[in-house]
Design a protein around this ligand. Structure first.
Ligand code: ZN
Length: 209
């Protein structure tokens, strides 16, 4: 596949893309979020982009593109990670919007009821062979530290709308990169999660018109 020289901006984070060839395939690699694009995927995700929620630090945006894949974007500071809503579609409500909404409402509850020195772990990426999580630790003085990472718990083994039992079993959390760590207060995180819930609801209204 030949990279499209016109599409040189990442659909996750707007950074510049660099052409690379790996095992005979051409990719456009993002210097910011490190995502490896091919032509078709970049065009599809660029076309499906939606305005991202206003946030201090954290956002989760649904960008439906008709495939249930590569359509959910986690923002954490300058970090971006794109994943699939395939397992959200299979969740109890059988409705991606509702499934994401219920998960975000649980995030909000987990953040709100945490006590100083608690750690909560919030899922965002449901893949066949692993899951992506945010490990959030509250200090004694109301500062959260958020670190993105992975667990080998498979995305099919629990539902986004009902993740707490699985979260309690994550004992193999691996940080994406030791240098990626962000801080926020409880009220900033609450406000961010509420913004993502609001943006999701607005998107649903807009798409159903
Ligand atoms: Zn990027």
């Amino acid at each position: 596949m030949k990279p499209n020289s016109n599409s040189n901006t990442c659909a996750n984070c707007d950074s510049q893309l660099v052409s690379k060839v790996e095992k005979g395939h051409a990719y456009l690699v993002c210097e910011g979020c490190k995502f490896w694009w091919n032509d078709k995927l970049l065009a599809q995700c660029t076309k499906a982009r939606r305005p991202r929620p206003e946030c201090h630090l954290l956002s989760l945006s649904y960008e439906p593109n008709g495939t249930d894949h590569h359509d959910l974007v986690l923002g954490l500071g300058s970090f971006r990670f794109r994943s699939d809503t395939y397992y959200y579609e299979l969740d109890g409500p059988r409705d991606v919007y509702k499934s994401i909404q219920l998960m975000l409402e649980s995030w909000l509850e987990d953040i709100t009821r945490a006590a100083p020195s608690d750690t909560v772990i919030l899922p965002h990426d449901f893949s066949d062979q692993y899951t992506g999580w945010l490990k959030c630790t509250l200090s004694e003085d109301d500062k959260w530290t958020l670190v993105p990472g992975w667990s080998d718990i498979e995305g099919w083994s629990f539902n986004p709308s009902d993740y707490r039992e699985a979260a309690a079993k994550v004992n193999d959390f691996n940080a994406v990169d030791d240098s990626i760590s962000y801080e926020a207060t409880t009220s900033e995180l609450r406000s961010d999660i509420e913004s993502s819930i609001r943006a999701l609801s607005e998107l649903r209204d807009c798409e159903s018109r």
